[in-house]
Design a protein around this ligand. Structure first.
Ligand code: SF4
Length: 467
C-alpha cells in the first residue's frame, strides 16, 4: 500500500492534524458534495441550512484543538493548505455574526455555529474515534443530505463508505498505487533494498517518480522543508501566552536567546546539541499551538520532532546539503508509511506512541540515512526510537495541544538523534525488528483505555489542576 511523501508531510495550520486539518478538509469536502449532482434531491427543493456534529474524541477535545473553528473555516470555503492563519479569526467571526456561510464561488447557506455545530459526547460514531457528520436541510427543516466522515490521523479524511472499504482490505490508509518497490513492511523494504542495491530514499524516490516528475518531486520536497524551516524561524521570534486559556507561555525564543548568549561568551555547554534540538522542536509546536502554519510530520501534534532533527543535521553536520534534506524526508516518509499502514499515527487511535513515537522513528531513520547508514542501520534507528515510545498515552491538558505535547516533541527529537547514533555505530543486526515494534504499538493502542486516547479524560489532563 503506497503512501506518498506528500501524504505524510502536508502543509496546513495548527493546532491538530486530526482535529483541525481533518475536520476542515471534511467540511470542505461536504460542501463539494452538497453542490454536486451525486445525491438525489427532490425536484424544486433547495438546501437552506447546513449543520455539523462532532463525535468521540472530536467532541471531547474539539474546543481545545480548534475543531469548531476548523469546521466553520471549511464550510466557509477554506482548506488547510491555503488558509491564511492571520485571517482565520476574522472569517470565523464573520460567520458567527452573520449566522451564514458564503463560500466564494458557491451557494450561501444558513449556519449558526451556536446551534448548527454540535459537540455530541454521548453518541460516538462506530467507524473511528474521530467521527463527524454534516447535514443539509431545506426551508421546512427536512433533512436532505447527511454525510459521515472520519479524521483518521495526519489530516487524512475518509467517508463512512471509504472507511468500510479500507477495513475490508485490512488497512486504514489511502488507496493503493502500483509502484516498483511496494514494500508493505520493514522486512519487505530491507529485502527490496538488498535485491535492488538501492537505499531506502532511492527506492522511495523511484516510487514517487511514478506519480510525478523528478523536478516536481524535488520542488515539493524543498517546499516542505521551506515550510518546516519557516515554522522554526517564526517560532523562535514569537513571545507571549499561547491561546486556549491554559496560559502556557512560549519558551522557545527565550531559550534560544540564552543559548546564543552562552555561545557568544564561549561558555562550555555539554548539552549543546540537546538544547538546540529542544529549542527547534518547541518553536514548531508553539507555532502549532498558536494555530500557525505547520507541516504534518506525521501529524500536527508531533510536527516539531522531525524538523528539529533535520535542522540539527544542518546545524551540526558540515556535510549536510540540499540532496541530503530530500533523502532525509524520503527515508522518513518510507518509515512513516509503513507505520501508518500497519498500525496508526493517530493519538485518538493508539495514544501518543503513534504521534510523537512515529515522528521520532521517522526522524531517526532520516538522520541515520543521511549520516551514511545502511538500510539495516536505518531500520534499526527507527526501531530504537519507536520501541522507547511504546505505551505512551495521549492526555493533553484541557484538550489543548500544549502540555505535554510541546516538550514531548523536544524529547522525541533527542531520542531520535540518540537512536540514529546508536544504530549507526552498530552493524544493523538487532534484537527487536521494526515490524515487531510497530505491531506492539498497534496492539498496545487497542488495549489502551479510551481515557488515554486524546479524550483528555485521564492522565495529566485530570491530575494537573488548571489555573
Ligand atoms: S499528547 Fe501526543 S498524541 Fe496527544 S495531542 Fe499531544 S502530541 Fe498529540
Amino acid at each position: 500500500m503506497f503512501l506518498s511523501v506528500f501524504d505524510l508531510f502536508k502543509i496546513g495550520i495548527g493546532p491538530s492534524s486530526s482535529h483541525t486539518m481533518g475536520p476542515m478538509t471534511a467540511a470542505a469536502r461536504f460542501l463539494e458534495e452538497l453542490e454536486g449532482n451525486d445525491w438525489p434531491r427532490p425536484a424544486g427543493v433547495k438546501v437552506e441550512r447546513v449543520g455539523a456534529s462532532l463525535h468521540g474524541s472530536l467532541a471531547y477535545t474539539g474546543i481545545g484543538h480548534g475543531t469548531d473553528r476548523a469546521v466553520i473555516l471549511g464550510l466557509a470555503g477554506e482548506i488547510p493548505q491555503t488558509v491564511d492563519p492571520d485571517k482565520a479569526e476574522s472569517i470565523v467571526a464573520a460567520v458567527t455574526a452573520e449566522k451564514r456561510i458564503s463560500p466564494p464561488g458557491r451557494s450561501s447557506y444558513r449556519f449558526d455555529p451556536a446551534t448548527d455545530l454540535v459537540l455530541d459526547r454521548k453518541t460516538p460514531l462506530t467507524g473511528h474515534a474521530n467521527g463527524m457528520a454534516f447535514y443539509a436541510y431545506d426551508a421546512a427543516d427536512r433533512l436532505l443530505l447527511k454525510r459521515i466522515y472520519y479524521s483518521i490521523g495526519g489530516g487524512f479524511v475518509v467517508s463512512d463508505e471509504e472507511l468500510q472499504r479500507m477495513k475490508a482490505k485490512g488497512t486504514v490508509t489511502t488507496e493503493g498505487k502500483n509502484v516498483p518497490y511496494p514494500f508493505k513492511n520493514a522486512v519487505e523494504m530491507l529485502k527490496m533494498a538488498e535485491k535492488s542495491g538501492l537505499s531506502i530514499a532511492e527506492m522511495k524516490r523511484v516510487n514517487e517518480e511514478t506519480l510525478m516528475s523528478r523536478e516536481e518531486l524535488d520542488t515539493g520536497l524543498d517546499t516542505v522543508w521551506d515550510a518546516m524551516r519557516g515554522c522554526i524561524e517564526r517560532g523562535l521570534t514569537q513571545e507571549g501566552i499561547m491561546p486556549g486559556g491554559l496560559k502556557v507561555r512560549r519558551r522557545a525564543r527565550q531559550l534560544h536567546d540564552k543559548l546564543q548568549e552562552q555561545w557568544q561568551q564561549n561558555r562550555p555547554n555539554p548539552l549543546l546539541a540537546n538544547d538546540w534540538l529542544s529549542i527547534y522542536a518547541m518553536a514548531v509546536n508553539e507555532e502549532n499551538a498558536a494555530g500557525g502554519r505547520v507541516v504534518t510530520a506525521p501529524t500536527n501534534g508531533a510536527a516539531g520532532t522531525l524538523p528539529a532533527v533535520l535542522r540539527y543535521w544542518l546545524h551540526f553536520h558540515p556535510e549536510a546539503d540540499q540532496a541530503s534534506i530530500r533523502d532525509f524526508l524520503l527515508t522518513a516518509a518510507a518509515v512513516g508509511g509503513i507505520i501508518k499502514s500497519n498500525a496508526s499515527i493517530s493519538g485518538a487511535e493508539v495514544g501518543c506512541q503513534g504521534e510523537v513515537g512515529s515522528a521520532s522513528a521517522m526522524a531517526a531513520a532520516g538522520l541515520c540515512a543521511v549520516m551514511g547508514g545502511t538500510p539495516e542501520q536505518v531500520e534499526n534507528a527507527a526501531e530504537i526510537a519507536l520501541e522507547h515510545h511504546l505505551g505512551m498515552t495521549c492526555d493533553p491538558i484541557a484538550g489543548l495541544v500544549q502540555v505535554p505535547c510541546i516538550e514531548r516533541n523536544a524529547l522525541g527529537a533527542v531520542k531520535a538523534v540518540t537512536a540514529a547514533s546508536l544504530a549507526i555505530k552498530g552493524d544493523g543486526k538487532h534484537f527487536v525488528p521494526l515490524d515487531a515494534a510497530i505491531e506492539t504499538m498497534r496492539q498496545t493502542g487497542l488495549d489502551m483505555s479510551e481515557k488515554y486516547k486524546e479524550t483528555s479524560l485521564g492522565g495529566l489532563a485530570v491530575n494537573v489542576v488548571e489555573c
